[in-house]
Ligand binder design. Structure first.
Ligand code: NAP
Length: 641
């Protein structure tokens, strides 16, 4: 027992104390663990800083130790579900400030203390179960969203099939295997809310770890038997008479097959079709040239002269990895990325933290909640555009300017010994204009290496030997790596979709994809998109959250069909248009909507086609369940007669 006490001292050094205090309220039934003098004051730039003196923290650890020891010695868990007022105090305590009134039900649902959430399918009634069994849903994609859809459809009792072009599950985590690839959202949040992993090895795990998580989930829920791998869905055609989608697909042997489905869910991500730049002479290069998302592991970079084009989130991860092994590295930058200080970006999750996640009931939920609040709507004010702002185009408002100042200070400290780099690495656009990356120092350290050059002259041509820039220099290299991103705004470009009356989805979009809530489209009944237009996030949170909300809504649409006996639904045109008008207007109010920013968040028309311009709470609310008034429901002919 003495040994166990000694362990607890070590373990508690790794605790996130505010989350632990909330967990101890459950363990002991004593709300005294969330006393005002222990309330944290967070520092947004320093995650370890909870604004409490070391004496206070020692006191908290000491009381925590006694409570946990008693629990380990057999004292039963006292409180599973606190009453509303106590829960509210716990939420405010862990958030570090009173959260706005309207957030309580949303955050309580995210916490899912009783293990139940609005995201669980509700098909209990026998009549609904029976109707669900008669449906067939086809899901395109077996990545994070497709796996999730499969899980929820199984829980709802809806028959389904998943089709994926790849030979395995995992989507983006299967395809992107470049060195250094890792998630840039904390893993304890970038995971399904109902499938926590207490043993993430790092706060931001690497691609193989993520892939293994999604493989494990697919196994656990028995999804593989529902998945057709190496099969490419080419066309969807709506059969008006039968009210089904005819789905044409091609298998790996070229074999074509047509199947019918009452509904189709596209779960294909936004970032899965590599984009190569349009640079003269690209095909003439004599050496290997490849995109970061199609990494050539057969090309040994050791001792080679390498060019990297692009400095977005992908290059930001692989440049520091390859820089030490190549002979020389020329990084061609058009626009520098913003890095948000995150010293723990590559750090392991401490063993004590893993222990607490596994052994202290509810600690995992409160820790996830804290991450969720800190990086979600809590961060949004920093990137909000102030219409009265007159401080220049490098910021969009006073809070944005303040954040900019803090980040510039961090950059300056890192390149103090290389003043020549400073003007090249400080962005001139507002933070939040593009996807910011997490800065633990490795990016600028790589750029400072003697074998690395950061080239900001415009690329004019690629030759058989290398890259020519506007200053006339020809940079001779052996290998070119394109870190130039994805065709993000070409939603569903791989897929021909013929909807009601033979209407073509891409013609109706005219290159400017839109959807109602990013999910449904007028004229395309029972076709549901996950991670569709205007459902991406820039700074606030994890895309898993968006997928969970979208899937809840899609399952809700299937339930609406089952409840009403309708066989198809599609959004009313006016509802779709009014929603999109609101989205476009709201997107102007954020850094990413600034006219001074160009990014993959905007499409060829300059419209922000990717991003959700409201809070997470708004997507959560909007997707709780479909409002029948928003939809045209098509009854079966016999039901009409
Ligand atoms: P990206 O952010 O679109 O970056 C593409 C880079 O290529 C940009 O620096 C861009 O410059 C540059 N570029 C494009 N065309 C060029 C040209 N003709 N000449 C010179 N430079 C050119 O692509 P990405 O890095 O693959 O990231 C895409 C998104 O994927 C990210 O925003 C993020 O959402 C996601 N991602 C996430 C992770 C993660 O979670 N860990 C990792 C990687 C990617 P400009 O900025 O001037 O356009």
């Amino acid at each position: 027992m003495a040994e166990q006490r000694a362990d607890l001292d070590e373990i508690l050094k790794d605790a996130h104390l505010p989350s632990l205090m909330a967990a101890l309220v459950h363990m002991t039934g004593d709300p005294g663990f969330i006393r005002p003098e222990w309330a944290p004051t967070y520092n947004p730039m320093e995650r370890e800083d909870i604004g409490l003196s070391s004496e206070t923290q020692a006191e908290m650890r000491s009381e925590a130790k006694a409570a946990i020891q008693a629990f380990l010695d057999g004292r039963p868990l006292q409180l599973r579900e606190p009453d509303g007022a106590t829960l509210r105090r716990m939420i405010d305590f862990v958030a570090g400030a009173p959260i706005p009134e309207g957030y309580a039900d949303f955050l309580t649902d995210e916490l899912a203390l009783a293990g139940k959430s609005t995201k669980d399918p509700q098909f209990e009634q026998p009549r609904l179960k029976e109707a669900a069994r008669k449906l067939k849903v086809l899901v395109i994609g077996a990545g994070m969203s497709g796996i999730l859809t499969g899980i929820r459809l199984s829980q709802a009792g809806v028959p389904f099939e998943i089709v994926d072009k790849n030979p395995d599950v995992g989507g983006t985590w299967f395809e992107n295997t470049y060195p250094g690839c890792r998630v840039d959202n904390s893993n304890h949040m970038y995971s399904y809310s109902f499938e926590p992993n207490h043993f993430w090895p790092q706060h931001f795990s690497t691609q193989p770890v993520l892939l293994s998580y999604f493989r494990g989930i697919a196994e656990k829920y028995g999804l593989r038997q529902h998945i057709r791998f190496e099969t490419f869905v080419e066309q969807l055609t709506w059969d008006e008479a039968k009210a089904v989608w005819r789905v044409e697909m091609r298998g790996k042997d070229g074999q074509r097959e047509v199947v019918e489905a009452n509904a189709v869910v596209t779960a294909v991500g936004q970032l899965n079709r590599p984009r190569f730049p349009d640079i003269e002479g690209m095909g003439s290069f004599e050496g290997p040239a490849f995109h970061s998302a199609e990494w050539r592991h057969d090309v040994d970079l050791k001792g080679k002269r390498v060019a990297v084009i692009g400095t977005g989130a992908s290059a930001y991860q692989f440049v520091p990895e390859i820089a030490p092994e190549v002979a020389s590295l020329k990084v061609f930058q058009r626009t520098p990325p913003w890095g948000l200080p995150a010293p723990h970006y590559h750090e392991n999750v401490p063993e004590g933290m893993k222990w607490l996640l596994e052994h202290v009931p509810y600690y995992d939920k409160w820790y996830r909640f804290w991450l969720f609040w800190m990086v979600t709507d809590g961060f949004l004010p920093m990137v909000k555009a102030d219409p009265t702002w007159n401080g220049g185009p490098a910021a969009v408002g006073p809070e944005n300017a303040m954040l900019r100042e803090m980040c510039v200070q961090s950059i300056m400290a890192q390149v103090a010994d290389r003043p020549d780099l400073l003007p090249k690495v400080v962005p001139d656009y507002p933070i939040g204009g593009k996807r910011a990356v997490l800065d633990n120092g490795v990016w600028l350290a790589a750029l400072k290496r003697p074998n690395v050059d950061l080239i900001t002259d415009r690329i004019v041509r690629i030759t058989p030997k290398g890259v020519v820039t506007a200053d006339g220099a020809e940079h001779e290299v052996d290998v070119i790596i394109y870190g130039t991103g994805f065709q993000a705004s070409n939603f569903l470009s791989f897929l021909k979709v013929k909807g009601r009356g033979g209407r073509d989805l891409h013609e109706s979009w005219g290159g400017d994809a839109r959807a109602y809530l990013g999910i449904t489209n007028p004229g395309f009944p029972n076709l549901f998109m996950i991670y569709g237009p205007n459902t991406n996030i820039v700074v606030n949170g994890s895309i898993v959250f968006f997928s969970e909300c979208a899937v809840r809504y899609i399952v809700g649409c299937l339930k609406l069909l089952a409840e009403t006996g309708a066989r198809a639904l599609e959004p009313k045109r006016e509802v779709h248009d009014a929603f999109n008008a609101r989205v476009d207007e709201a997107n102007k109010g954020w850094a990413w909507g600034s006219p001074h920013v160009s990014s993959w968040y905007k499409n060829a028309f300059g419209r922000v086609s990717q991003n959700w311009p409201f809070g997470l709470i708004d997507y959560w609310r909007a997707t709780l369940a479909p409002n029948p008034d928003d939809y045209v429901l098509e009854k079966a002919p016999e039901a009409v007669a």
